[in-house]
Design a protein around this ligand. Structure first.
Ligand SMILES: Nc1nc(=O)c2c([nH]1)NC[C@@H]1CN(c3ccc(C(=O)N[C@@H](CCC(=O)O)C(=O)O)cc3)C=[N+]21
Length: 284
């Protein structure tokens, strides 16, 4: 293998050790950070994420509450549940697992979450703060990627970052965060013409398009750092990313695997945001 492996498992573990210490300090003031995860319906992939989140929060000493609601729940009932958690003193972070069923307006639900408890960083108020560089909860996946790059010693300032994907959850905020770190940022997406002509210019390539093994060595410049946000199943039903790892690792200077890359970092940053919320509460 040519490139260095960037392990989200190892970096996440290191960070969770720090979070655990933060939780320990808070215990002195009688506060246990509490995270509530709302899961609507029974999508099996979602259940895996939720289980991982629960396991990790318990490991760092947080309280984790998973609220499972039936697929048939009405929008009003869900909004009421969120509001109940907004008013629950023992809960510092609220995550409503997306996507939601068709009959529920996701925007409305996200806006119902108290911005102070919005540990996903999805509330428009927090998105706005992030855009203008004010302190707020940063969305977990892009924040986790930033931590991974920084802790691996990847230089960001002055580098050309190409982001493939423009979702509100990953692509858009990822570009913003790296722009704030003085990168030159290019966004590509499904309608980009001649994608490879852009991606080949990337010093750091962030791939979040949701298509299994879509990015190959033909898209990547020799020595680039490649971050794979994808979560797909390949033809054998095995978990795989948006990047053809076997091919791209030969040209990249560093690359994240799937699984074991971005995923564990996403969960870690969620815990970090929940701790941040609890610390803020303790100071009030
Ligand atoms: N409101 C909301 N916030 C989210 O953060 C959110 C969401 N909705 N909906 C779904 C996506 C997906 N997501 C993942 C988190 C961790 C792993 C993860 O830990 N993956 C492991 C492996 C998991 C496995 O083995 O299946 C890995 O990559 O190594 C994956 C996916 C968070 N999401």
């Amino acid at each position: 293998m040519a490139g260095q492996l960037i392990s989200g498992v190892a970096i996440g573990k290191e960070l969770r050790e720090e979070i655990k210490q933060g939780v320990g300090k808070l215990a002195a003031s009688g506060i246990t950070p509490g995270l509530a995860v709302i899961l609507v319906g029974d999508n099996s992939a979602s259940q895996t994420y939720v289980k991982n989140k629960e396991k990790s929060s318990v490991e760092v000493g947080m309280k984790s509450e998973v609220i499972k609601l039936p697929e048939t729940i009405t929008e009003k009932e869900l909004l009421d549940k969120v509001d109940e958690l907004n008013n629950d003193e023992s809960i510092h972070g609220i995550l409503v697992q997306l996507p939601l069923p068709e009959h529920i307006n996701e925007d409305l639900v996200i806006q119902m979450i108290d911005p102070e408890k919005d540990v996903d960083g999805f509330h428009p108020q927090n998105v706005g703060k992030m855009m203008i560089g004010q302190e707020t909860y940063l969305p977990c996946t892009p924040h986790g990627i930033l931590e991974m790059l920084q802790r691996t010693g990847v230089e960001i300032a002055g580098k050309h970052v190409v982001v493939i994907g423009r979702s509100n959850i990953v692509g858009k905020p990822m570009g913003q965060l790296l722009l704030q770190k003085d990168a030159t940022v290019t966004y590509c997406h499904s309608r980009t013409k001649d994608l490879a002509s852009f991606t080949k210019q990337a010093d750091i390539l962030i791939v979040a398009i949701g298509r299994a093994k879509f990015v190959t060595d033909e898209h990547v410049k020799e020595g680039a750092v490649v971050i794979d946000v994808g979560m797909n199943r390949d033809e054998n039903g095995k978990l795989c990313g948006d990047v053809d790892f076997e091919k791209v690792k030969e040209v990249a200077s560093a690359i994240t695997p799937v699984p074991g890359g971005v995923g564990p970092m996403t969960i870690t940053m969620l815990l970090k945001n929940t701790l941040q919320s609890a610390i803020k509460k303790a100071k009030q």
